[in-house]
Ligand binder design. Structure first.
Ligand code: ADP
Ligand code: ADP
Ligand code: ZN
Length: 214
């Protein structure tokens, strides 16, 4: 299953809830890049130059990471992609790699949110290296600056500065939004409103999944 949507729509937040409810791994290409940046790997150095500019990391690099990740044992019963694919070529390559594994994309949830809401959300976003995401007003941790789940110190993403957010929105509209049509044409896309309270959106997505299973 794939979570699609602009930066700040709530993909990571929903992915954390869904991953817990469905007991399938949450795979975020953004988190993979950030952990490589933190460790100073060659991949991290490369990815950082694109991420800080609000651009996408090149497709070949990104696709290879995903191909490695989805072949791990924990993906045998399904997995949740957050932030991948983000371009049409990534989606085509993803389809091909799944076919080789005898799998396919079952469901794409498109989470929408207007650009105006997104800029506000990003300025209050706080992240944990464990993958949890908070917001200073909308979803504060129990203790300020500390992750509820693992106790680590929360951080502000370098690319959540307003100038970079505007650039990321531009990148989204140019390169990622065409995926809405790509998956609609396959009949596997469902739209959800990302401006509702977090738990309502989670319930809505879980209901879509339950209906799909019949
Ligand atoms: P994405 O992964 O799509 O970039 P996030 O899940 O990181 O988005 O959410 C962006 C920010 O908005 C975070 O600070 C998060 O806590 C907050 N947020 C997520 N969903 C909602 C919502 N439905 N209403 C209000 N704030 C939200
Ligand atoms: P958000 O959901 O808030 O947009 P992510 O954590 O998903 O942020 O991604 C952060 C950055 O990592 C992106 O702006 C982009 O530079 C890079 N990135 C993440 N996923 C991909 C991808 N599938 N293809 C190319 N670049 C990516
Ligand atoms: Zn944490």
């Amino acid at each position: 299953m794939i979570l699609l949507g602009p930066p700040g729509a709530g993909k990571g937040t929903q992915a954390a809830n869904l991953s817990a409810a469905l007991k399938i791994p949450h795979i975020s290409t953004g988190d993979i890049f950030r952990s490589n940046i933190k460790e100073g790997t060659p991949l991290g150095v490369l990815a950082k130059s694109y991420i800080d500019a609000g651009k996408l990391v090149p497709d070949d690099v990104t696709v290879e990471i995903v191909e490695d990740r989805i072949q791990k044992d924990d993906c045998k019963n399904g997995f949740l992609m957050d932030g991948f694919p983000r371009t049409i070529p990534q989606a085509q390559k993803f389809d091909n790699m799944l076919k080789k594994l005898n799998a396919n994309v079952e469901l794409v949830i498109n989470i929408s949110a207007p650009d105006s809401a997104i800029v506000k959300r990003m300025s209050g976003r706080r992240m944990c290296s464990c993958g949890r995401t908070y917001h200073v007003v909308n979803l504060p941790p129990k203790t300020e600056g500390i992750c509820d789940a693992c106790g680590s110190k929360l951080f502000i993403r370098d690319d959540d500065r307003e100038e970079t957010v505007l650039e990321r929105l531009k990148t989204y509209h140019e390169q990622t939004s065409p995926l809405i049509d790509y998956y609609s044409e396959k009949g596997i896309l469902k739209n959800v409103d990302g401006t509702k309270p977090i738990s309502e959106t989670t319930e809505e997505i879980l209901k879509i999944i339950a209906d799909l299973k019949g």
